[in-house]
Design a protein around this ligand. Structure first.
Ligand code: GDP
Ligand code: MN
Length: 397
């Protein structure tokens, strides 16, 4: 689960990390008052969307102006004007995709004088099963680009959970970033604070890009991106309350309401599978036979007819889906229930694309009979490769 920059900065502020003063604005009428509450002489007006690259982005609508989603202003009224131009408009960045994202919130901040911009992140490193720090002197730009062109400018190391964060970790980062004097101590403190926040709130990712040295020589977090482990959010009601459903993929949101494990992907074959392992195998075999999955979808072990119907609706609502592969192994799940769910869903939403169904396990004969008797145009398959070959053939012609 991701949150907005202004929410992430409120958490940082609570934990004592250095951030600028700022106000969030939801409606154009609030912009003037919000900007007036900040001191100046520089204001930063920032579009709040769950995507990075806002500064280098652009707006779809001409009346939003030709600047990106992060704008500097020299007066409170100019800041309010910029906020009004961006609210309700569509910001396109390299992370939003070509459709962009509507800007429903603006963060107006006290502007900082910048000496240097650096990069800092904490993340869960799956290889070492530890929390890792990543830092670089190349801040303010795409870390992917730095990693590709000048990997030697990135320092990364993990923290032993038995010792937790130690001052030497912070000093290592400080020296890698070329910090001196009081900045070293600030860095040691800040890294400890970030590590604690990361662990306390069950984060998956915390990125400060840029972390800056201000014109006064102090460290400050100028941007903040946080991602939380969705499976742990139930332990943090304060984090759960920050969820902004308008930022989420509507299909993933619908799926979460029905307790379906669904992740949208870029391919053309919609998959409905039970069990995460079988879902992974199904995606692999679709690729093996030359196509790409449009989603990962695990309907779970004990899915009901309603859940199957909902899953089917979510898959068919994706315009990229050119064919559907249902691959179910009925263990706890009964194949006849799946068959009934598919038929109910098709009756409700129709079927515009080829559908291959492979059923195996409990009540498989009954399941196959229900589908055969339904008169639906379903291609039956017997095993995993047979099913994948048939759906790829049906889609590619
Ligand atoms: P992003 O483009 O979505 O990553 O948004 P950021 O918050 O990182 O802002 C983009 C860039 O705007 C930063 O790298 C800075 O160069 C600039 N910027 C942001 N805040 C300030 C500020 O307070 N003062 C100045 N001078 N520049 C800022
Ligand atoms: Mn940034």
């Amino acid at each position: 689960m991701n949150i907005h920059e202004y929410q992430a900065k409120a958490l940082l502020r609570d934990y004592g990390a250095p951030v600028s003063d700022g106000r969030v604005v939801l409606r154009a009428e609030e912009a003037k008052t919000a900007a007036g509450e900040l001191d100046g002489p520089l204001w930063v007006v920032k579009a709040q969307i769950h995507a990075g690259g806002r500064g280098k982005g652009h707006f779809k609508e001409a009346d939003a102006g030709d600047k990106g989603g992060v704008r500097l202003a020299r007066s409170a009224s100019e800041a309010a004007e910029e906020a009004k131009k961006m609210l309700g408009r569509t910001l396109i960045t390299h992370q939003t995709g070509p459709a962009g994202k509507q800007v429903n919130r603006i963060y107006i901040e006290d502007g900082s004088g910048i000496q240097t911009e650096m990069y800092l992140a904490l993340l869960v490193d799956r290889q070492s099963s530890r929390i890792s720090f990543v830092c670089s002197t190349e801040g303010g730009m795409d870390i992917e680009e730095v990693a590709a062109r000048t990997p030697e400018k990135i320092l990364s190391f993990s923290v032993d959970p038995a010792t937790g964060y130690q001052a030497f970790h912070g000093r290592r980062i400080a020296f890698a970033l070329g910090l001196t004097g009081q900045q070293v101590k600030q860095c040691v403190n800040l890294m400890g604070t970030l590590y604690k926040l990361f662990v306390d709130k069950d984060m998956e990712m915390l990125e400060i890009n840029p972390l800056i040295v201000t014109d006064k020589g102090d460290l400050k977090c100028l941007d903040a991106k946080m991602g939380f482990d969705g499976n742990a959010v139930y332990r943090h009601s304060d984090i759960a309350a920050l969820r902004d459903e308008t930022e989420e993929d509507p299909k993933e949101l619908a799926a979460s309401k029905y307790d379906l494990n669904y992740i949208a992907l870029d391919g053309e074959i919609g998959c409905m599978v039970n069990g995460a392992g079988l879902a992974m195998a199904t995606m692999d075999i679709i690729k093996l036979f030359g196509s790409e999955p449009a989603n990962f979808l695990d309907v779970g072990g004990g899915a009901t007819k309603e859940k199957v119907t909902e899953a089917f609706k979510i898959i068919t609502s994706d315009p990229n889906v050119k064919g559907i592969l249902v691959n179910i192994f009925g263990g706890i799940m009964r194949c006849d229930i799946i068959a009934e769910g598919i038929i109910a869903a098709v009756k409700e939403v129709g079927l515009q694309v080829p559908l291959v169904v492979r059923l195996e396990g409990t009540n498989v004969e009954l399941g196959k009979k229900i589908i055969a008797d339904s008169g639906l145009n379903v291609i039956a398959a017997d095993d995993l490769s047979d099913a994948a070959k048939k759906i790829v053939k049906a889609v590619k012609g």
